[in-house]
Design a protein. Structure first.
Length: 280
């Protein structure tokens, strides 16, 4: 797999550690399989800075937001962009009729398929893998795979945006908005620019760069970014805040008014038309 794809195994290793805790927040019985040795080697290499608790919190926040979106909105098509070693198709309680599309690089999807080849496919749901390069046209292949742009969609961009340059981030989020029918939802995460520049994270950032996985993008104002790209922001949470703590975050949560602080953000967005309809 490409270097950037191996980070998917790193996050899978963190999910495996959470799964094996007695007080686990979620159970991912496939995580250790897809993490393989590579994932745990990278977890040790990138250790520090609250990475493991953050990944547990991010997974839990998005798990719950995904389940809520399909239950409350009746959304039946879910798209994971840069799906990596995500196993939510297998482990979440999906309603009947849901189709989960997983977009990622061909080599990663092939490796994942080999790792999970012996796992039974859950009934009542469909998984479609779409091999693409997200820096190129991906909406065409997604439509060819069965996705219907006229129906509500749940977009999930987990662990992706900080690997992209700013213009690519804006183009991607705007593309998601342009292809979101009323009632659609966007879930994801992003970091602050200060997190990229944090002196305490220099070793971590250097290791990522040496491994071919540099983090490139951060923003202090995720609300502005998302709104500028066509989304109605429902919530933005820092790990440790109410709704994004789950008894896992070990550090104080700095107020947003405090400048130059490294931060991570978890967000939930709606299509503007849906928000307007609720207000009416």
């Amino acid at each position: 797999m490409e270097a950037v794809s191996r980070t998917a195994q790193w996050t899978a290793a963190a999910r495996a550690l959470e799964t094996e805790r007695e007080d686990r927040l979620f159970a991912d019985p496939y995580a250790r399989t897809v993490a393989d040795e590579t994932g745990f080697e990278l977890l040790a290499r990138y250790d520090g800075g609250g990475i493991v608790p953050f990944l547990a919190i991010r997974t839990t926040y998005l798990d719950r937001a995904v389940v809520k979106a399909v239950e409350e909105r009746g959304i039946r098509q879910v798209v994971f962009l840069a799906a990596g070693m995500d196993t939510r198709f297998f482990r979440l309680p999906w309603p009947d009729g849901v189709t989960v599309y997983e977009l990622d690089r061909p080599a990663l999807l092939e490796a994942k398929a080999e790792m999970l080849k012996d796992e039974p496919q859950p009934a009542g749901r469909t998984r479609v893998t779409v091999p693409v390069d997200l820096t190129q046209d991906w909406t065409g292949p997604l439509k060819e795979a069965g996705w219907k742009s006229e129906e509500p969609v749940l977009w999930v961009v987990e662990g992706l945006l900080f690997f992209l340059p700013e213009q690519a981030v804006r183009t991607l989020i705007s593309t998601l908005s342009a292809h979101a029918a009323p009632g659609s939802v966007l879930l994801g995460d992003v970091i602050s620019k200060s997190a990229l520049e944090n002196p305490l994270a220099r070793g971590f950032m250097k290791a990522l760069e040496e491994d071919g996985n540099p983090w490139l993008f951060g923003t202090e104002e995720p609300e502005t970014l998302l709104a500028d790209c066509g989304w109605a922001v429902r919530e933005v949470k820092q790990p440790g805040e109410d709704g994004a703590a789950f008894d896992r975050w070990p550090y104080p949560v700095p107020a947003r008014s405090v400048p130059r602080m490294p931060r991570s953000f978890l967000f939930t967005c709606d299509t503007p038309t849906f928000e307007e309809g609720k207000a009416a």
